[in-house]
Design a protein around this ligand. Structure first.
Ligand code: FNR
Length: 385
């Protein structure tokens, strides 16, 4: 079936991201679902990331004749079909076998960015071949600078042109739900997983064909050091040492755009610009790191104010509709990234999943722009605050 036919078929069956998440939950083992869904602590921030969007309202204006919404955009001189992209998600192969390959291929087709995580289950070389011009590489900065350089060289040689430094994991966070679900790192075949696998035969079939997901980059890294690959490795050996000098070193070495991800305070945004970074990515890691933080949409206005258009602002956490994207753009974001929604799409609909996620978001974004009475992102951003 062609992608156009899929779109027609699924538009009524899965009109919203919620519909995809319901289907995804049924198709993957409990432990994989809990890993994908969980926040940190009692998960109040997970909920708050969503509800905070509802407070941002617009008063629509009418009688503007025929309107068409143009959502194409540019970032660092590159053209993207819409201001929406794929945020880095680690251990993706546990959620759906070969999810990274499916996502990278779709990003290339859809002309949207795909970010490959340091804790990916595929290698940069394999993903780089299929992601085309859409590859961003996300770094949990290793403590050893030599290994950092080697990793950056590997990413660059594989075709990734934009570097994302994740700042908001000073140490591994407490994820109570994943603990209850018996999550292990690296994932192991346990009696519990076997039983779960029997109940999810499609996931199990693909996983058996491919083997249990492995953290390819981390394994290579472990081979070169005395680093022990145990639970809580991110934030203990990867991350946990990041400071502004390290950021500057990364910027000097990379030789392309460098984005810092996880910024929530205006003064951190200011500092990032001072050390020469190219964009600020506002995020609370989808509620997975610090349960005491504000919703990222609440952090956006003050950061946009201090950044004052000097560098682009990228935004994520809790975005589930095109209207949410419109709210973030209106408040000063230039690009909006999605974590969980693309994985819901892949787990629910396989290869067609990412296309359907983009379809839901862009259709809703364009529709809401016209309901409001604007026909471009520029016009939207220029509305009175
Ligand atoms: C993440 N996120 C993340 N971020 C990062 O910089 N490196 C990573 O490896 C991961 N891994 C990861 C795994 C899973 C399962 C999730 C859900 C998230 C955070 C991610 O990039 C993004 O900031 C959030 O997912 C955005 O929130 P939403 O869109 O999921 O609500």
């Amino acid at each position: 079936m062609s992608y156009q036919n899929y779109q027609t078929k699924y538009s009524n069956q899965f009109p919203a991201i919620k519909d995809l998440s319901i289907k995804a939950k049924k198709r993957i083992p409990h432990v994989a679902w809990e890993y994908l869904e969980s926040g940190t602590g009692d998960e109040a921030l997970l909920e708050h990331n969503r509800t905070a969007f509802h407070r941002i309202q617009f008063t629509p204006r009418f009688c503007k004749g025929h309107l068409e919404a143009d959502i194409s955009t540019k970032l660092f001189g590159r053209a993207y079909s819409c201001p929406i992209g794929m945020a880095p998600v680690g251990l993706t192969g546990l959620i759906w076998p070969e999810a990274e390959l499916i996502l990278a291929k779709a990003a290339n087709r859809l002309q949207v960015p795909f970010s490959l995580s340091t804790v990916a289950t595929e290698t940069p070389e394999r993903v780089g071949k299929i992601v085309g011009e859409q590859g961003w590489f996300q770094l949990y900065p290793p403590k050893d600078l030599d290994l950092t350089y080697a990793l950056l060289d590997r990413a660059k040689q594989s075709g990734f042109h934009t570097l994302v430094i994740t700042a908001d994991v000073p140490m591994a966070s407490r994820r109570e739900r994943t603990r209850r679900a018996g999550m292990q790192m690296p994932p192991k075949i346990t009696a519990r997983l076997l039983w779960d696998g029997i109940k999810h035969p499609i996931w199990s079939y693909y996983t058996l064909r491919r083997g249990m997901p492995r953290l390819r980059i981390v394994e290579d890294y472990a081979e070169q050091t005395d680093f022990k690959f145990v639970s809580g490795f991110v934030g203990n050996r990867l991350g946990g040492t990041l400071d502004w000098d390290y950021c500057k070193t990364l910027k000097d070495y990379w030789g392309g755009p460098v984005i810092i991800k996880g910024i929530m305070h205006p003064n951190d945004a200011k500092k990032a610009i001072e050390v020469g970074l190219d964009a600020i990515w506002i995020s609370n890691h989808g509620g997975r790191q610090f349960n005491g933080a504000p919703a990222s949409i609440e952090a956006l206005p003050d950061i946009a104010n201090i950044v004052n258009k000097r560098v682009p602002i990228i935004f994520d956490s809790g975005v589930r509709t095109g209207l949410d994207v419109m709210r973030a753009l209106y408040l000063g974001a230039d690009f909006v990234m999605l974590g969980r929604p693309f994985l819901y799409g892949v787990a629910a609909l396989g290869n067609y999943g990412p296309d359907h996620v983009i379809h839901i978001f862009t259709d809703d974004l364009k529709n809401n722009m016209i309901q409001l009475g604007v026909s471009s992102v520029k016009e939207l951003k220029a509305l009175d605050k």
